[in-house]
Design a protein around this ligand. Structure first.
Ligand code: ATP
Ligand code: MG
Length: 343
């Protein structure tokens, strides 16, 4: 895919939340790009900033969230500096979002078809009849009987509601769909059905997709690229296959070992400890306090990003020792030592 211009390019992005005057640095120096039609998975523990990053891209940060630095370029425009009126036009038409809870996205007292028709007509000059036809078409695409389009959200099962939200996200044929844990609230069978449908739609229609999930196995099944986040930073990124076969960051190694089939370990090994408090001033590598391989340097200095020959990016002082780390990391004792060493 070399030579393809990115659809979205994010550079040096810093985002903070302010609560009673106290700053939590939720995103630090985020850089990433999404190519047209690419499926990118964003993984990392709870609180690492995945939703914040998606909300920043979508332009829907809460009032206490602020972009302090950086740019998000799309079609030659910087979304961060765009005025709110133009920005609003990009939402749903160019970038749309599927969130974890379909219930939050749908208005409970309005029929589903009306909600989608309104969303379409806010952006496009279309008659009600044309928009209604489009809704039927969209329902067909996501696998819900179009005859049900006039139902209220509560008449739908959880899976159907999530499909309706996907229909809404597709309504204006955006170039980028961002999905924040789109199936977390659903059972595994429905989750599989929805993902295979999303994958098929993505291939047919060619939109790019960012999928956020805790479940790295879902990313392996569904995405060509992975970005791994830790405490507000992207610590490793690259082609899914490369990252799973040769993770270069100890945190990624740990995440993979936490899923036994991926890590080829006999039992999953959880990473002990928890991420740092983002309200504190953090020095050095943010993973160092939990990292079994951290040296004195790691506690003092944030590593510079390194790009390997295959395009894989890693933020670790000791990435060149990753093969050795990977072997050691298969033993649960390795991880136990790290917590005793730092607590
Ligand atoms: N509105 C807010 N005000 C203050 N802090 C917030 C707000 N929203 C999120 N945060 C903080 O920002 C950090 C990143 O949160 P975010 O929701 O982006 O993480 P996440 O990776 O999506 O987590 P999860 O996997 O639990 O959804 C967390 O420390 C969180 O507590
Ligand atoms: Mg989240």
């Amino acid at each position: 895919m070399q030579g393809t211009d990115p659809l979205v390019q994010i550079q040096n992005l810093d985002v903070s939340y302010y609560t009673k005057g106290v700053q939590a640095k939720a995103l630090h120096n985020i850089g990433m790009e999404i190519l047209p039609g690419e499926r990118l998975g964003l993984v990392g523990e709870s609180g690492c900033g995945k939703s914040t990053l998606l909300k920043t891209i979508m332009g829907v940060l809460p009032p206490n969230g602020k972009v302090n630095r950086g740019s998000i370029e799309m079609d030659g425009r910087n979304l961060i500096e765009m005025d709110e009126k133009l920005r609003r036009q990009t939402r749903w038409a160019e970038i749309s979002m599927i969130t974890q809870s379909a219930l939050n996205a749908l208005n409970p007292v309005q029929r589903i078809d009306r909600q989608i028709i309104e969303a379409i007509r806010t952006h496009q000059a279309m008659s009600k009849e044309q928009a209604a036809e489009r809704v039927s078409e969209l329902f067909g695409m996501v696998g819900v009987d179009p005859a049900r389009a006039r139902d209220y959200p509560h008449q739908f099962s959880g899976g159907m509601r999530q499909r309706a939200v996907i229909a809404m996200a597709l309504a204006l044929s955006p170039q980028l769909i961002i999905a924040d844990e789109p199936t977390t609230a659903l059972d595994v069978i429905v989750q599989d059905q929805i993902f295979s449908r999303l994958r098929q739609l993505q291939q047919d229609r060619g939109f790019a997709m960012i999928l956020v999930t805790h479940d790295i196995a879902l990313v392996v099944e569904n995405c060509q690229k992975i970005c791994v986040m830790y405490a507000g930073m992207i610590i490793e990124a690259g082609n899914t296959r490369d990252i799973i076969q040769k993770p270069r960051h100890p945190y990624t190694i740990g995440l993979i070992n936490a899923v036994s089939v991926l890590g080829s370990v006999t039992a999953p090994i959880a990473i002990p400890g928890s991420p740092p408090n983002l309200f504190e001033n953090l020095e050095g590598c943010r993973f160092a306090p939990r990292c079994p391989f951290a040296s004195a340097l790691c506690h003092q200095k944030i590593p510079e990003p390194t790009t390997l020959e295959n395009g894989q990016k890693v933020l670790c002082h000791h990435w060149s020792k990753a093969d050795e780390f990977s072997k050691l990391a298969k033993s649960p004792e390795t991880w136990m030592q790290s917590t005793t060493a730092t607590t």
